[in-house]
Write a protein that binds this ligand. Structure first.
Ligand code: ADP
Ligand code: MG
Length: 604
């Protein structure tokens, strides 16, 4: 076929795929528009998990009659006037893509009236084509009805999940916005059943309780405004007490400048803030809102606008980690395993009973009692569900009901002190503990140790870099070279100083300090390969590269180790946060309990 320009219709449907992933992405775009329009009430109704109908109604400014049809054209927006505006985006939308994308894959009815106009407008579109356009009488504000989503994109329809799943995605998004925007009254109903109603009275606490239930929602601690008052980066929100830990990161929510985003590194800052306060492999509950000057953060990274880039990521990391840590430590019970030497804040926790600032206590003090729809507390959302689109979903989430019964602690994962006995098959270290014999996979164990060291250095923003005596030239096949070139800044952040040096050729000037023994050629080839199936989230990419580097550099099977080397390895493993698995999730260590062994010898 000769090269042709795609028709506008096909181009729109292709572009729509990036914005409109599933019903929840439609809800997201429409609700964001309502918020941008200054709404104080937002009502969302769906039928059949959003495939039948999505209706979003607001009392915002409305669209002027002369502009309604234009709003559905691609790249039509009232939110950006010039390229310079991209530097300081103060609205949730700015790309002018959502309405056009949604309209191209559904049947849309838009009824709207601008506050300054006498009459409203009703516009209908099918597959992006206007089918009717007429004046109507209606109050100011906007109502969008999206029917038969993806009716003309059978491929996409096939990928939709059960209605229940799609509803959960919608709820996961809306509950977070209801918490972040307590001054806006949200009402959500699915198939005629109310799922959430917030009063809009500006009290986030009541929404927290409606969403998480009294047990969890009521125990959350507000991050005091004073902690970051007057600073460029302000951190607010709510964090769980040390007793409210969860099995995954699904209960960590992050808003940046009023926008729900996914950011692995800031999420890690929150997890780090609980360091030594939670059992290993458990994650905190947190709802963290960061506000900073718009030019400090770039939201124009992905069409779904769920990723951001910070001008100074380290500063954001530090601000979040400190504010969360201070809030938690202030409220932590004296018995928490808090070690002053490891905490970023030198002040030890106050051992006298702290004043109860939990949501529950503040709610009790509120007069009059907040209005929460009874149904909202019954039909509780599970915020651990995935986000509205794959780009929004955090890694490794497993659904977990907010009030699942569980034991007080996760099983202990730390290792007892071990005595090294020797090496077997040049692959395993045999060691002895209090009442077990242990077999340690030398490669997997070393991978784990290196990985934790590098990740810790990376989140702190200072992977020590060791210059090579002589820069090493590495030549890679064109594909690998092209991919590697895209990731040079990432490598730099990881202490790998690599410079493009002619076609397919790179100059390696420095390696991360713990890895200077690595063979630069093999290392770069490995990294290039690992970026092939690359994740869209940049921080995940970095983690993936770290894993790859550690794999390459770790002691191999077949390597003979001295007793001293084995002892050092085992000691380092004892100190690891997650000593029992390698970064890829395989076990590092097998435990043969003396009791089991005795039984097998017929002694039990
Ligand atoms: P964007 O939000 O990026 O500007 P959209 O395609 O989502 O792009 O919307 C296009 C334009 O339509 C917006 O810039 C705004 O002017 C108008 N609009 C959309 N939804 C609403 C609404 N609920 N209330 C008022 N204006 C709206
Ligand atoms: Mg928009």
């Amino acid at each position: 076929m000769p090269i042709r320009l795609l028709s506008e219709d096909i181009a729109a449907r292709i572009a729509a795929g990036e914005v409109v992933e599933r019903p929840a992405s439609v809800v997201k775009e429409l609700v964001e528009n309502s918020l941008d329009a200054g709404a104080t009430r937002v009502e969302v109704e769906t039928r059949a998990g959003g495939q039948g109908l999505i209706r979003v109604r607001d009392d915002g400014a409305g669209i002027p009659a002369a502009e309604v049809a234009l709003a559905f054209r691609r790249h039509a927006t009232s939110k950006l006037a010039s390229a310079a505006d991209l530097e300081h985006i103060g609205t949730l939308g700015f790309r002018g893509e959502a309405l056009a994308s949604i309209a191209s894959v559904s049947r849309v009815t838009c009824a709207t009236r601008h506050v300054d106009e006498e009459t409203g407008t009703r516009l209908r579109l099918e597959g992006g084509q206007v089918v009717s356009h007429a004046p109507i009488g209606r109050p100011p504000g906007t109502e969008l009805r999206i029917e038969d989503l993806f009716y003309n994109v059978p491929a996409r329809r096939k990928f939709l999940r059960a209605e229940r799943t799609e509803r959960r995605h919608i709820d996961a998004f809306l509950t977070r916005y209801a918490i972040a925007y307590p001054e806006i009254a949200f009402r959500v109903a699915h198939d005629g059943r109310e799922a959430l109603a917030s009063s809009g009275q500006g009290v986030a606490d009541e929404v927290l309780v409606a969403v998480y239930g009294m047990d969890l929602g009521g125990s959350l601690l507000p991050i005091p405004a004073e902690l970051t008052a007057g600073q460029e980066i302000q951190v607010r929100g709510f964090v769980g007490p040390t007793t409210a830990h969860r099995a995954d990161r699904g209960y960590i929510t992050l808003f940046i400048n009023g926008r729900w985003v996914q950011d692995l590194r800031v999420t890690y800052a929150i997890i780090q803030a609980y360091h030594t306060l939670l059992p290993t492999k458990r994650f905190p509950v947190a709802f963290v809102e960061v506000t900073m000057p718009a030019p400090e953060v770039d939201v124009n990274v992905h069409p779904a606008k769920t990723e951001v880039r910070f001008r100074d990521g380290d500063a954001v990391f530090r601000a979040v980690q400190r504010a969360v840590r201070a809030t938690v430590v202030e409220q932590a019970p004296a018995a928490a395993s808090w070690s002053p030497s490891e905490a970023p804040h030198p002040a030890p926790p106050d051992t006298s009973a702290p004043p109860d600032t939990s949501t529950r206590a503040r709610l009790a003090a509120l007069q009059p009692a907040p209005q929460i729809a009874p149904s909202a507390t019954q039909t509780r959302f599970s915020p651990a569900d995935q986000g509205a689109s794959p780009a929004m979903s955090a890694p490794a989430r497993s659904p977990e009901p907010p009030r699942a019964p569980r034991g007080p602690d996760a099983p202990a994962t730390s290792l007892p002190p071990l005595r090294v006995i020797g090496q077997a098959s040049t692959m395993f270290i045999i060691a002895e503990g209090p009442d077990s014999i242990y077999l340690i996979d030398q490669h997997a164990a070393h991978e784990r140790i290196l990985y934790e060291r590098m990740m810790a250095a990376w989140v702190e923003g200072n992977v020590p870099s060791q210059p090579l005596l002589e820069p090493v030239t590495v030549t890679l096949p064109p594909d690998d070279a092209a991919r590697l070139e895209d990731h040079l800044p990432t490598l730099h952040a990881l202490g790998l100083d690599v410079e493009a040096f002619g076609p397919g050729t790179f100059l390696v000037r420095a390696l991360p300090a713990p890895l200077t023994a690595a063979d630069p050629t093999a290392l770069l080839a490995d990294i290039a390969a690992s970026t092939a199936d690359h994740s869209p989230v940049r921080s995940e990419m970095e983690e993936q590269i770290v894993r790859r580097i550690c794999k390459r550099v770790a002691i191999k099977a077949g390597q003979v180790l001295t007793i001293e080397e084995m002892q050092r390895l085992v000691q380092d493993l004892e100190r690891a946060r997650n000593p029992r698995t390698c970064p890829h999730g395989r076990p590092t260590i097998l435990q043969l309990s003396a009791e089991d062994l005795a039984r097998q010898f017929g002694r039990g």
